[in-house]
Design a protein around this ligand. Structure first.
Ligand code: 9YT
Length: 130
């Protein structure tokens, strides 16, 4: 069994801030933990806009704090994000994530991230072999 707290991973390699400065992802479970998915406690900074397109991963996101919205790129529509909202990018949906206040999101990735992944120019993570 794995037991891990947010406090113990803060300021370690599992605590990743994107180059954009828009988000910090605390990676509670990674590929090396052998669960088949990774689990992150992520903060998206207030006032930011982040283009995302996870071509290589499926992601589910559950909002536990804050308010914001998703704008889908290939379909029209704005989806409000508030505590209790879950969204799952089951079609690798390209979108823009806007945070009105700091957003705290619990994120699950399949396949699991390996550790230090950051968004590329399209807002994707590469598929890592180890
Ligand atoms: C919601 C989202 O995808 N935010 C970007 C960071 C990512 N969730 C991560 O690596 O935790």
């Amino acid at each position: 069994m794995i037991v891990r707290s947010l406090m113990e991973i803060q300021n370690t390699d599992r605590d990743v801030t994107g180059r954009s400065g828009n988000w910090t992802s605390r990676r509670l479970l990674l590929k090396e933990d052998g669960m088949g998915f990774s689990l992150h406690d992520t903060v998206i900074r207030a006032g930011t806009e982040t283009p995302i397109w996870y071509k290589n991963h499926l992601e589910a996101v559950y909002c536990i704090e804050g308010s914001g919205e998703i704008e889908l790129v290939e379909k029209s529509g704005i989806i409000p994000i508030r505590p209790g909202t879950m969204y799952a990018l089951n079609n690798h949906d390209r979108h823009i994530l806007r945070a009105k206040t700091d957003l705290r999101l619990v994120c699950v990735f399949n396949p699991a991230l390996t550790g230090r992944e950051d968004h590329d120019k399209d807002g994707a993570y590469p598929l890592m072999e180890n």
